[in-house]
Structures are given as C-alpha cells and as structure tokens.
Design a protein around this ligand. Structure first.
Ligand code: PNS
Length: 168
C-alpha cells in the first residue's frame, strides 16, 4: 500500500479568484491529501485586489478546510514548491490557447526541479471562458459577474470606489 501523503500547490494571481479556480480547487482536493493555494505576490504588477485582500478572500472561502491552506509566495514558483516539499503543481487549462504558455512553464519548472510534477486539470466546461481578466473588465463596464465569481468577490467588487465601475 502506498502511504505517501501527496501535497499539491495550486499557484496563481487570483485577482480575483473565479468560480473556474474554485472548480479546480474542488477537483484537486479530492486527489491530494493537502492543497496549498499559493497567491503570487508580484510587486511589479498593480493588481485590482491587494495581496492581503486576495489572501483574505481565499481564507474566507477555505477557513474551515483542514486540508487546504492559503499562502502567498514571491520569486520562482518552483523554489516555493520545493521549500514546501510539494509533490505536484496544479494548473488549470481552459482552452488550447492556455496550453502553449502552460506547457513552457511546466517544462521550465521541470528543468529547474525534475522531482516536482505539473498536473494540468480541466475545469467544468461551464467555466472554460471565465478568467480573472474578463471578470474585471465585464464588471468595470457595468456587466454582471454573478455566477462567475464567489459571492464574497462580487460583494467586494461592488464595494470598490466608483472609478472602478464608472458605467454603472
Ligand atoms: O494566475 P496566473 O497569473 O496565470 O498565475 C501565473 C503564475 C503565478 C503561476 C506564474 O506567473 C508564476 O509561476 N510566477 C512566479 C514566477 C516564476 O516562477 N516564473 C517562472 C515560471 S517557469
């Protein structure tokens, strides 16, 4: 019997987390003993939600789950995964167009540290067109994002200063 405990890291910007991410998290948690949702801290980018907000949202969603942890990381993802002694990096693939970049990233990460596998997972087809970027754009121009993001994200979007949704 294989008693090895499997730890997966699911990295991303999560600006904001969408129901597509949630779908992958729900699938991932069934496969792994532990799942770390790793939020990228990239000081070179100006996200809509600050790192603290992104962590807060994810912790709000997963605070009751003993096998899910929410953390931030900076620098190289693979270094972070090694430091956490993860076995697997999980990435969601929506369409073929995602694959090109993900393929390069996975092979680069493997070159840097061959022991860690990248696992591509498919979200439900109902989320295959959902991205954080489109969610922000739709919201910014007054469109509804209901059903595309968790309710707590929708509430936080609505609570943002009006310059973010001037067409409403
Ligand atoms: O949600 P995203 O923006 O698609 O996530 C991309 C992420 C965070 C997984 C990727 O940008 C990343 O791993 N960044 C950390 C820096 C790094 O390791 N770069 C080299 C990748 S081979």
């Amino acid at each position: 019997m294989n008693t090895k405990s499997l730890l997966a890291v699911y990295p991303g910007s999560y600006d904001p987390v969408t129901n597509g991410h949630i779908d992958i998290i729900e699938r991932g948690r069934r496969l792994f003993d532990r799942l770390i949702i790793a939020v990228l801290h990239n000081p070179g980018k100006r996200p809509l939600f600050s790192l603290d907000e992104r962590l807060e949202i994810l912790r709000e969603l997963y605070s009751g789950d003993s096998n899910i942890t929410v953390e931030s990381f900076d620098g190289l993802l693979i270094d972070y995964a090694v430091a956490r002694e993860a076995n697997v990096i999980v990435r969601g693939i929506r369409y073929v167009s995602d694959f090109e970049y993900e393929f390069q990233m996975a092979l680069m990460n493997r070159r840097l540290h061959p022991q860690i596998e990248t696992l591509f997972m498919l979200p439900s087809e109902s989320y295959s067109y959902v991205s954080s970027r489109l969610v922000k754009e739709v919201f910014q121009f007054g469109g509804s994002v209901k059903g595309l993001v968790p309710e707590c994200v929708e509430r936080r979007l609505q609570a943002r200063p009006p310059f973010m949704n001037t067409s409403r």
